[in-house]
Design a protein around this ligand. Structure first.
Ligand SMILES: Cc1cc2nc3c(=O)[nH]c(=O)nc-3n(C[C@H](O)[C@H](O)[C@H](O)COP(=O)(O)O)c2cc1C
Length: 207
């Protein structure tokens, strides 16, 4: 069954390594018949989360900007792919801001049944370092974000999970990932292999 796949590219530079991995993932997922949309944070106006908690009662952010548009898409998708480089041993500011802005999807006080449709999340990341030490913290960040949507705080009968990670190690200059054709192929294959199992919303709609 075809899935809705949302690829969010968070690096702002030209010829970004993670964006190249994202394009390959898109090609692979498209070839498998999925409905794929790729969006970039480049040229998007995105406000920081104010922490005002208004969204905790209304499920809507006080801002209507580039992030609110992306959050709506996250709400409606089956699969999320984050393309996110390592910055100072963690995620970039723009990635963190986007994650903060998903707070309307997480109205923990309301204890709603379900505030999102996605079940599978993928991460495409890159670092200058050859070692995993910085990348591990990016993976942990994404895992922690997912955990909030895994039935721990929001009632959710099926867990969301980190379904796959690609780490481009030892790539500093823009476009350098192209020198690692195995990584490019891995990103294509990962997109191609996006799971075809039904998620909860698909299943309930087909009743
Ligand atoms: C502000 C900044 C901080 C960075 N911090 C790290 C770091 O802590 N560890 C590391 O290995 N690489 C670091 N890098 C390098 C990037 O992770 C690397 O260039 C990566 O390929 C960028 O991906 P992109 O081309 O998709 O933007 C940093 C780069 C920038 C611009």
């Amino acid at each position: 069954m075809s899935k809705k796949v949302l690829v969010i590219s968070t690096s702002l530079r030209n010829n970004s390594n993670t964006d190249i991995l994202a394009d390959e993932f898109v090609k692979g997922a498209t070839s498998s018949g999925h409905e794929v949309e790729k969006i970039s944070l480049r040229n998007k106006e995105i406000n920081f989360c104010l922490g005002c908690d208004v969204c905790q009662n209304t499920q809507k952010c006080v801002f209507q900007d580039g992030a609110s548009e992306i959050v709506r898409k996250i709400h409606d998708t089956d699969v999320i792919v984050f393309a996110a480089p390592v910055y100072f041993g963690g995620v970039s500011g723009q990635m963190q801001t986007l994650l903060d802005r998903t707070y309307p999807l997480f109205p923990w006080k309301l204890k709603l049944e379900q505030t999102h449709r996605f079940r599978d999340v993928y991460l495409l990341t890159a670092s200058s370092s050859q070692s995993n030490e910085f990348i591990d913290l990016v993976i942990k960040k994404v895992e922690d974000w997912i955990r909030h949507f895994s039935g721990v705080w929001v009632k959710c009968p099926e867990s969301a999970k980190l379904a796959g990670v690609i780490c481009g190690l030892g790539v500093h200059e823009a476009g350098e990932i192209r020198n690692q054709p195995d990584k490019i192929k891995e990103a294509y294959k990962m997109g191609e292999a996006v799971s075809v199992t039904k998620n909860r919303i698909d299943a309930s709609q087909s009743k």
